[in-house]
Design a protein. Structure first.
Ligand code: SF4
Ligand code: SF4
Lengths: 158, 371
């Protein structure tokens, strides 16, 4: 009898009390597709390639990002423009291979490649995940889209 | 019984895709009615050949690979590899970086125990605790995200230090979290510790004797629940753990309920360590250490480093030839592997529903078993 009283009248209501307490609190969840969580400034999401103010690309196709990449996700082919500057004619990242470690960002001497805040890029074909240079230049954060603060200090390894 | 009627053993396949196996593990259960006669774990479904991948990467590139070794406590995985290479090459880690490492590892241990708390309750049929513990885990993940930019695979602790300093908003957020965590754990306890259903499902179930635990090499909270006070943070201090005061909780029955109690207590102890570390964090000099370069070659030799992970002893053995940028051999040890081996002994003679409770209480995570 005592056991019964103890379990039904004391132990169980104790648990229910904890649960019911939260009915009157602000919910911690977000209505996801409508509301989005703000990502931290250092968040490592979809890559983008940066440009100079005059519109030319920063990437000089040095290959350091590709050699730092632990997943062999980056492929590039160099070329030279009429001024004799090196640039990458082909620059592709296979997002299915990429593990979003951020080493490419840390390795790049020109501050050309960054991992942005985008994380919704699902698709229904494997080929669509090989992002080309054009796509990554277009990904660049603009005034409308949130900016990634450039953390210059991070370039430390390699 | 009528003449001619007889019973016979039959086999039940549990898994590979069973929600309570926390990964993909298959159990072949030989049953006599509802009682288990034999259990045979079949592993390897999550094998990603991490050891071989590491052998084909430079030392610095191994760190993000190690993140995938045991993804509930990636910080500890980073640390164990970094520790091994630092030992091998004799690299000094600055004090400030050591403190950051300890803070991150202990927060990660709390997060890992929160996953365990939620999923254990879920496996036993209670959904609310899962939602509660994942709410608090979210706070920890937010802190990790603002520090290293990722929520699960951090790639934060590097050979020679940590990759970045903590952002200025980290410390207030961490203090706020630590101020409330004890009340939150009280909440957790109110929901399960004295819950009669939970007690009936766990008390006296899956008793692991200390002798058997040692014979199978079980470590971590599961070992301490059997009454053996063995914690690498105290017995083989790595990093700067000898500077902190914390208790090592032990229980003596070794059943599922004790394993629950141990982990709840450990969350409080980890919070204590983080509090002390934040207090002692040197402000004078912010030095997160010098990362090794891509062409880094440690001297010839071999090394084994081990740390106390939330699932037991985690170790990495590295062999280096001294003339290449890549390790010759990498061997990883995870605590879950030994805990899975002891499962068949524990489930002998119990009812099939208890298999789930025992598996949940041992906190087995399959990527660590299969690597
Ligand atoms: S984030 Fe890491 S894996 Fe992805 S492309 Fe950059 S270096 Fe390679
Ligand atoms: S992105 Fe940076 S590291 Fe990669 S090729 Fe271009 S300049 Fe070099």
């Amino acid at each position: 009898m005592f056991d019964f009283v103890k379990t039904v009248l004391i132990a169980l209501p104790k648990g229910f009390y904890t649960t019911f307490k939260h009915l009157f609190k602000k919910p911690v969840t977000l209505q996801y597709p409508k509301e989005k969580m703000p990502m931290a400034p250092r968040y490592r999401g979809l890559h983008y390639l940066e440009k100079y103010e005059d519109g030319s690309e920063r990437c000089v196709c040095c290959g350091l990002c590709a050699s730092a990449c632990p997943a062999d996700a980056i492929y590039m082919e160099p070329a030279e423009n009429e001024k004799g500057e090196r640039y990458s004619e082909v620059y592709e990242i296979n997002l299915l291979r990429c593990i979003y470690c951020g080493f490419c960002e840390e390795a790049c001497p020109e501050e050309a490649i960054f991992l942005g805040h985008e994380y919704e890029f699902s698709n229904d074909s494997r080929d669509a995940f090989i992002y080309t240079k054009g796509q990554m230049l277009a990904n660049r954060p603009t005034k409308e889209k949130p900016f990634k603060k450039i953390i210059r200090k991070v370039r430390r390894i390699f | 019984m009528t003449e001619g009627l007889r019973t016979e053993e039959f086999q039940v396949n549990m898994g590979p895709h069973h929600p309570s196996t926390h990964g993909v593990c298959r159990f072949i259960l030989t049953m006599d009615g509802e009682v288990i006669v034999r259990a045979e774990p079949v592993i390897g479904y999550l094998h990603r050949s991490l050891e071989k991948i590491c052998e084909n990467r430079t030392y610095a590139q191994c760190i993000p690979v190690m993140d995938r070794f045991e993804y509930c406590t990636s910080m500890c995985c980073n640390e164990v590899f970094a520790l091994a290479v630092e030992k091998l090459a004799g690299i000094e880690v600055p004090e400030y970086a050591e403190y950051l490492r300890v803070i991150m590892m202990e927060l990660n241990r709390i997060a890992s125990h929160m996953i365990w708390y939620g999923t254990t309750a879920l496996d036993l049929g209670a959904i609310t605790p899962f939602l509660y513990s994942f709410r608090e885990r979210e706070d920890i993940l937010d802190m990790f995200e603002m520090t290293c930019g990722q929520r699960l695979t951090y790639n934060y602790i590097r050979i020679g230090g940590v990759s970045k300093d903590i952002p200025p908003e980290f410390i207030p957020k961490c203090k706020e979290f630590l101020a409330t965590i004890d009340h939150k754990i009280d909440d957790y306890e109110r929901m399960l510790t004295e819950n009669p259903i939970f007690m009936v499902r766990n008390k006296g179930v899956g008793t692991l004797s200390p002798e058997m635990a040692i014979a199978y090499g079980v470590s971590g909270p599961s070992l301490r629940a059997s009454g053996i006070k063995y914690d690498l943070r105290r017995d083989d201090p790595y990093s700067i753990y000898n500077r902190f005061k914390f208790d090592i909780p032990v229980c003596h029955n070794g059943d599922c309920y004790d394993r629950y109690i141990i982990r709840i207590k450990e969350m409080r102890e980890s919070a204590k360590i983080v509090r002390q570390a934040l207090e002692q964090l040197p402000n004078a000099e912010v030095n997160t250490g010098k990362m090794v370069k891509a062409n880094f070659k440690p001297a010839k030799g071999e090394v084994y480093s081990r740390i106390e992970n939330s699932r037991g002893e985690m170790g990495v053995y590295i062999q280096s030839t001294g003339d290449t940028k890549k390790p010759l051999r990498v061997k990883m040890r995870g605590g879950s592997y030994n805990q899975l081996q002891v499962m068949p002994e524990l489930v002998k003679g119990v009812k099939i529903a208890d298999v789930v409770a025992i598996m949940a209480s041992l906190d087995i995570i399959m990527p660590e078993v299969d690597r």
